[in-house]
Every structure is written in structure tokens, then in C-alpha cells.
Design a protein around this ligand. Structure first.
Ligand code: TUI
Length: 311
């Protein structure tokens, strides 16, 4: 059995330094519990869901495993405040955040005993988060699916590692043990994967969505929303074609939003991968099959540790 102990495995009390991303609609209790049961850290993605849904999901996950499970708060959500409150009440052991600055919740979460790990897309935010009491940071490169920053994982991770003392988790573009070992070479002490876990057996994501990822080629993703400062990486389809064309025509944000509202749900839940939003990272081309989370975690660990022992 492969072993890789870091400050992150210690901090989060997990067996393997592998975290599952908090993907909207996909990262619910079944997936999170399966990743945690496999010795990684499963995350429930609160995304744009109300606090009652999040509380329910935490309870259901706790029925499936007694291993620690985290929750990701998407800070652009209209429910972010009430979700933040519920996480403190439920004493969630690990809280990750995305798409903003979680500074205003930090004190409440720390008082509840949670480990707080913001996603950062820049050195400046990483430094600010460390000063604010973050226990670690996730440096997420632009290779990721969904809402993205500008820097690549290759450039962001070592610069964040040099800038902060807290441990750094690498995310964006990691799909197998080679990517994991590379992230460790850059100074990361754990990795977070999204796309590979979207196609996990335990993922409730619609089969059409999983199939699109499995059939994706290296250059199959596109970024919508650059014109209004909320870039989203997703697989190319009718939706991205129309959206990007409208952006080039200078169509205002409100009209673009009409195209996007409900479109992720349409893809993940209903399987409309033509007109829906199929968020996935650039590593989709490497993801070739559906597998149980346990197999994914074991494969990553075996590949990464073998590569790291070579050096
Ligand atoms: O959050 C993500 N990925 C996401 S969130 C999402 S839901 C959504 N849907 C429509 C529009 C917007 C979001 C889908 N995918 N990843 C974590 C992440 N955080 N990536 C980049 C960032 C980030 C960017 C800027 C974090 C902080 C930040 O700083 C802003 C500030 O306030 O300083």
C-alpha cells in the first residue's frame, strides 16, 4: 500500500493527500462519502444551493462514512451567508471556499474548530488568506473546469508555495499520478481533482455528461464569460458557440446570463450536453473511464509514489 504523509494529511486527518473538488450539482453526499471512505477528502459542493440542502447533505454523508468530509462554499452564491452559518453549527471539519475572499467568515469558522482552506488564484490572495488565519490554501490554475483564474497551475503553485508558510494544495489540470507527482515537485502537499471524480462510479452526474468527458480530446474545452469577468471553462458545444459569439458581438451581461441560467443543472441532472453547461478541466482528454473512487485514489497513489521514488 502506497503512503505519502504531508502536513495536509496530518492537518485533515486523512490517509492520502487527495481532495475531491466541490463541483456544483456533482459533489453531493454520495461522491463525497466515497472519496472520504477511500482515504481522500470528499467535499460537498454548496454551490448555489440553500443552507437547508447543505445541512441535509452533511447528515446523509455522515450516515455513509465516519471519515472526515468537507464542504465547499461558493462565495458568489446568494446563500453564502446562511451556508457559512450552517457549517459552523454543524462543526464541519474542513471548509474550502471558491470564487472570492472568505475573510468575513474566518473567525466564526475557526471558533467552530473547522480547518479553513480557501481556493486562491493569485499570490496576493494566498498571502491575505494566510494573514487571515487560513490553515492551508488551494492554488488552482486556469486548467480547471468551472470558474477560473488566469495563471496556470505550473506557474501558480511554486509561487504560492514560496509566498506562504501554510501548506499548499495544487488544483487544475491534475488527472493522474503523473500530474500528482508533478504538483509535489512544485512544492504542493496535496492535490485536488475535479474532472476525474465527475466520472467516478459513485458520481450521480448524468451518463451523457460522463460520456462527454470520457470522449473529450485535449483541446475540447472553451472559456465563456471572459467579457464580463466571470470566466467559466466548459466543454465546447452549441451552448459555448452561441455564448462566445454573443460575447464577441458585445451582447450585455444580462442577456448572456439568460443563456447560462440553469444550464449546468440541465447538463448534470438532465443530460442535455448540447445546450447545457458541461464544466470540465483541460485534463478531460486524459480521463478515459468510469471507475469507483477507491480505484481512482489507489491508482493515483501508486503512480505518484512510484514516480516520486525514482528521484
Ligand atoms: O470556484 C471555483 N470554481 C467554480 S465556482 C462555479 S459556480 C459559478 N457559476 C457561475 C458563475 C460563477 C461561478 C463553478 N466553478 N473554483 C475556485 C476558484 N476560485 N477558482 C478561482 C477562484 C478565485 C478567483 C478570484 C478565488 C478568489 C478570487 O479572488 C477574488 C477576490 O475577491 O479577491
Amino acid at each position: 500500500m502506497s503512503q505519502l504523509k504531508t502536513r495536509i494529511t496530518e492537518l485533515l486527518q486523512i490517509e492520502n493527500p487527495i481532495i475531491q473538488g466541490g463541483m456544483a450539482w456533482v459533489a453531493e453526499h454520495n461522491l463525497a462519502a466515497a472519496v472520504s471512505a477511500a482515504g481522500g477528502l470528499g467535499i460537498i459542493g454548496a454551490a448555489n444551493a440553500p443552507a437547508s440542502w447543505v445541512r441535509d447533505e452533511i447528515k446523509k454523508a455522515r450516515e455513509l462514512t465516519d471519515k472526515p468530509i468537507g464542504v465547499n462554499v461558493m462565495l458568489l452564491s446568494p446563500y453564502a451567508d446562511e451556508v457559512a452559518q450552517v457549517l459552523a453549527e454543524e462543526k464541519v471539519p474542513v471548509i474550502t471556499t471558491g470564487a472570492g475572499n472568505p475573510g468575513k467568515y474566518m473567525e466564526m469558522w475557526k471558533a467552530a474548530g473547522s480547518k479553513v482552506i480557501p481556493v486562491v488564484a493569485s499570490v496576493a490572495l494566498a498571502r491575505m488568506m494566510e494573514r487571515g488565519g487560513a490553515d492551508a490554501v488551494i492554488a488552482e490554475g486556469t486548467e480547471s473546469g468551472g470558474h477560473i483564474g488566469a495563471s496556470t497551475t505550473m506557474t501558480l503553485v511554486p509561487q504560492v508555495v514560496d509566498a506562504v508558510k501554510v501548506p499548499v494544495i495544487a488544483a487544475g489540470g491534475i488527472g493522474d499520478g503523473r500530474g500528482m507527482a508533478a504538483a509535489f515537485m512544485l512544492g504542493a502537499e496535496a492535490v485536488q481533482l475535479g474532472t476525474r471524480f465527475v466520472v467516478a462510479t459513485e458520481s450521480i452526474c448524468h451518463p451523457n455528461y460522463k460520456e462527454r468527458i470520457i470522449k473529450a480530446k485535449d483541446i475540447d474545452s472553451a472559456v465563456t464569460g471572459r467579457s464580463h469577468g466571470h470566466p467559466i471553462r466548459q466543454l465546447r458545444n452549441q451552448m459555448t458557440k452561441e455564448y462566445i459569439q454573443k460575447e464577441q458581438e458585445g451582447v450585455p451581461f444580462e442577456e448572456l446570463e439568460l443563456l447560462a441560467v440553469g444550464s449546468l443543472r440541465n447538463a448534470v441532472v438532465d443530460g442535455d450536453v448540447k445546450h447545457g453547461t458541461v464544466m470540465a478541466g483541460q485534463i478531460a482528454g486524459l480521463v478515459k473511464k468510469e471507475q469507483p473512487c477507491k480505484e481512482i485514489v489507489e491508482e493515483l497513489m501508486e503512480e505518484a509514489t512510484a514516480l516520486m521514488q525514482k528521484n
